[in-house]
Design a protein around this ligand. Structure first.
Ligand code: C2E
Ligand code: CA
Ligand code: CA
Length: 295
């Protein structure tokens, strides 16, 4: 609903405002009456603006990876995660400000293709060094389910001459449940090309554990929310301990995310966690700094 004269004076204005009210109704649930609100209209405008900025950003190739190394129990770098950034007018924008919008459309596929290209070229470059380490990329379900995903990735791997197990694909739990057989087959095919797989944000997806034994997973990433609460809850400690035990039994390595304090590091080490990622060790770094660090 929109109101004459508060929301507009002409028929057209009132209908436009009623379109905004539709969002209010949808947010309330089924069979609800929605009302026009100024703040909703502003949200719609900024979301449309963001969408068109993102389209522009894709054609200008403004998305690039930052690299966050992760370490073993001796704090030695054993791998890194590529995290998307948007270089917008010289400013580096973190994914919290755009990834959700990107993921709502196929724009995410283009952005992740840019990431894959850049990451593979970094792998190609650094694999010539003595210290070659696997690099992870985060892939959305749109990319994984895109029609030519397998062929495109395969030809990029060939183009960059990557034959060792140096690319790791991070997938969030809920995607496994999407279409289990498809993912199972995809993993099988890519394992033939030595691609590694990680379950990202483990423990937050409310999904069944059975997939862990049915898929060929290499790493399990313990979600930051567990690490954050380690010190304050015995139950969280038991949960994390059980996750690490389960992973070990299944031959899967564990990476704890968001390790910020020595106390968290020590506690996780004591539980037998294999690897550690977090600000205590490294923040996500621009490509040049990362290559220098591991070079
Ligand atoms: P994620 O995959 O869970 O990535 C880890 C996030 O935790 C990163 O945030 C990283 O900077 C942050 N982090 C690392 N160590 C610490 C720590 O010690 N403390 C705290 N508080 N945070 C830490 P970032 O780079 O802002 O990325 C946020 C999320 O955006 C990622 O979460 C991932 O879900 C998404 N994302 C990033 N790159 C991509 C991408 O290429 N594709 C897709 N689909 N999603 C991406
Ligand atoms: Ca991740
Ligand atoms: Ca994560």
């Amino acid at each position: 609903m929109s109101f004459y004269t508060k929301d507009g004076l002409t028929c057209e204005q009132l209908i436009n405002k009623a379109q905004v009210a539709l969002i209010d109704a949808r947010q309330k649930g089924d069979n609800q009456i929605g009302f026009f609100r100024q703040d909703l209209e502003e949200e719609v405008f900024s979301s449309l603006k963001l969408r068109s900025d993102l389209e522009q950003a894709i054609s200008n190739k403004e998305f690039l990876p930052y690299f966050q190394p992760y370490v073993d129990s001796k704090a030695q770098i054993v791998g890194a995660e590529a995290l998307m950034r948007w270089q917008k007018n010289g400013i580096i924008v973190p994914p919290a400000q755009f990834i959700e919008q990107l993921e709502q459309s196929n724009l995410i596929i283009d952005a992740e293709n840019l990431m894959i290209e850049k990451v593979l070229s970094v792998i190609e470059k650094t694999s010539k060094n003595k210290k070659h380490i696997p690099i992870s990329i985060n892939l959305s379900s749109r990319s994984l389910f895109a029609r030519h995903f397998l062929q495109t990735l395969t030809s990029s791997l060939n183009y960059h001459n990557i034959k060792d197990a140096l690319l790791n694909i991070e997938i969030v739990e809920r995607i496994f449940m999407h279409d289990f057989l498809y993912i199972q087959n995809l993993i099988k095919q890519l394992k033939g090309q030595k691609i590694l797989f990680s379950v990202d944000d483990f423990g937050t997806g409310y999904s069944s554990l059975s997939y862990l034994s049915e898929l060929d997973i290499d790493y399990l990433k313990i979600d930051i929310s567990f690490v954050k609460r380690l010190g304050s809850s015995k139950k969280i400690q038991s949960t994390v301990k059980s996750i690490i035990f389960l992973a070990k039994e299944l031959g899967i390595k564990t990476i704890a995310e968001g390790v910020e304090t020595h106390a968290q590091f020590e506690s996780l080490k004591g539980m037998g966690c294999d690897y550690f990622q977090g600000f205590l060790f490294y923040r996500p770094l621009p490509c040049k700094d990362f290559i220098m660090l591991i070079g």
